[in-house]
Design a protein around this ligand. Sequence first.
Ligand SMILES: Nc1ncnc2c1ncn2[C@@H]1O[C@H](COP(=O)(O)OP(=O)(O)OP(=O)(O)O)[C@@H](O)[C@H]1O
Ligand SMILES: [Mg+2]
Length: 466
Amino acid sequence: MKTINFTMPANYPLQSYRDRFHTVVDQVEVATHKDKMIYRITYSKLLLPGYFVVEDENGSNVGSFIHHCEANQEGKSCVHLGAAVILAEDLGVPLKKITVKTLSSHIEKHPYQDLEYTTIETTIKAVEPPSSVKIPRSKGKSASQNWKEGWKEIEQYLTSQNFTRGMIGAVQEKRKHVCDKVSLQPICTPPIKPVFPYEGEILARAVRHVISGRDLLLVGGKGTGKDTLCSTLAWIFGLPLLLVTGNVDETRESVVGGAGFKDNQTTFEKSPFTQCLEQGGITHYAELNMMSGDVTSIFHSVLDDNKVLPTPNGVIKRHPHHLFIGSINLGEGYAGVKTLNDALKDRLAVIHLPYAKNFRGMIERKTGVTSASILSLLEKVRSAIKRLISEENQGDSADTIRGYIAAAEHLQKFGTTEDIKAEALEDFIVNRVEDLDERMAVRQAVRLAWAEFPVNDEEEHYEGGY
Ligand SMILES: Nc1ncnc2c1ncn2[C@@H]1O[C@H](COP(=O)(O)OP(=O)(O)OP(=O)(O)O)[C@@H](O)[C@H]1O
Ligand SMILES: [Mg+2]
């Protein structure tokens, strides 16, 4: 345990911590203890709370912060301290000291652990995190859009992705037209900022195609950001987004719409795709190659110069701001996957998505985990598994960005003891491999990154040899 005096560096990213406060903090509670006020901060991604302690010092209130996390123990600043700084500002109490605890001393009975706490509402104005799962759908009637709303943030993001002034101007122009002509419809997800927008050079490439009115086919392995790219394009251009997942049972009728009944009469009920096509927005057809060529041929006249969809009720004209994005996962032994029909491919700009280049930076930004020991462990494991894949063609299923994200969050939350490390690597990475021999090879590869990776029962009894 060590206590240090805290002075805020001139370049401390206050606004960023303020914006992220409610993403980082689950709740704040308060209790009194002797002459002190104790604010307990529960973090969403950390097992143990932090305590902001307010006491009187020579007639005025001062605050100290008691906390443990990996980054902190390595002498680095962390989002948890950032949140405490914002709370201190909110309470109007200067933060003077930080006590950094080791994990065990923080877990052991803590003087502030069993106080009678009551939850308080902080007045902190922060952007509520948009959830990637529960995205609000626009209800009922259509709603018009204002291109200026949120534009500053889009501009900042495009600048961070090295867009030139000219390109940003072109995005702005297209966004103005879209917001003018496309309103939010109940069947689509409104264009909102993704929790973590797409990062990488492919963005500019996709944006250029969208500006030129081209439709896209995204080709990439699992977790290369196909969905993320679609929701990012939706956000920056103001295009409502409809996600459809192709499947083997899809028919031309299910794509276009089918017969319905109204007032004792047969009517034609448009499918969500048909509605989106007519009203404008992005239709993202994921796993397009699950559908048969007979069915996808319905898209041909939509995607060529005809720009119409044939339906049982006559042709439907495509909205000028309708964008079709198909995506396919390559290199996976999915049952039912078909080679995409050439005539369909021919109508699309085909973009190959690479795995994120800056793996470590992405995990860091995406999860908020800054601990060097966690990040380098994961980085080493990943390169060992990548080597196994390229040299021995084994371990493909363990090549998983989602797994590394989950492992980083797990290690940050539960600590980096040997058991927790093994648990995170097994449950989020190694055990994704179903074949026994292959899984054993992956375990060996992990050992190249972390020599002490424990031998488990299965491995002990494994007789296949290496
Ligand atoms: N280039 C990238 N920029 C931002 N996030 C990325 C990028 N690549 C991967 N990710 C992250 O990886 C995770 C998976 O991304 P996403 O769901 O977009 O992939 P996907 O290609 O649709 O995967 P799948 O084929 O498995 O459906 C997300 O958490 C996403 O934030
Ligand atoms: Mg996806």
